[in-house]
Ligand binder design. Structure first.
Ligand SMILES: [Zn+2]
Length: 202
């Protein structure tokens, strides 16, 4: 699947987490989900995550860095594409690593709450599911090197196909609806809180 589709699927995983723990309204959670959705393709020689830029400005005045360019070069030269990084083992390692990383970082960045590692890990897992419904499949049970398919042969589809475009558009819409409805309810609860505090004051 394309990087943009993986990113949108990853961001949609915030829905699932919010069913259990609610949505704090932190927009960085959506970014964490999208990032998790791109992460497994660090093993590809040329994937979206390799070219992710952090920077500002436009045209000639643009200053930017590609923080994942070098890691992607190293990882893709060490591991084959759709190998260990596309397995359950990698999901467990990412979950374990991100749990401790966010716990450590939350000392300085207070908004990096517990749900961040869950969203990142679920976003990562969503990438494997998405690749698992394509023709290629994924070696979910690595080191057993067999590609696992999550759909029967007839329903599998190709990267960049019309079906992928449909999935991308539908998930972009569901994401938009989720963000709109979440922020609307957050605003409403904020108003209720504001009104109740006014009632106390006067
Ligand atoms: Zn992949």
């Amino acid at each position: 699947m394309k990087g943009s589709t993986h990113a949108v699927i990853g961001a949609n995983t915030v829905w699932i987490i919010s069913l259990f723990s609610g949505f704090s309204g932190n927009p960085f959670l959506l970014i964490a989900g999208a990032f998790g959705g791109l992460l497994p393709d660090l093993d590809a020689s040329d994937a979206k995550i390799k070219h992710l830029e952090i920077g500002y400005g436009k045209g000639r005045n643009r200053m930017a860095i590609k923080p994942f360019y070098l890691p992607s070069m190293i990882i893709s030269s060490l591991f084959k594409h759709r190998g260990i990084l596309h397995s359950f083992l990698a999901v467990i390692l990412v979950g374990w690593g991100s749990y401790w990383l966010f716990l450590f970082l939350s000392q300085w960045v207070s908004f990096l709450a517990q749900e961040f590692w869950m969203v990142l890990t679920l976003g990562y897992f969503s990438h494997l599911v998405a690749d698992g419904i394509t023709h290629h499949g994924v070696p979910l049970l690595w080191p057993w090197n067999r590609n696992i398919h999550l759909l029967p042969r007839l329903l599998r589809f190709r990267t960049g196909s019309f079906m992928e475009t449909v999935i991308f558009i539908v998930l972009l819409l569901t994401l938009g609806l989720f963000v709109l409805s979440s922020y609307q309810s957050l605003n409403l609860s904020g108003l209720v809180l504001l009104n109740s505090s006014r009632n106390v004051l006067y």
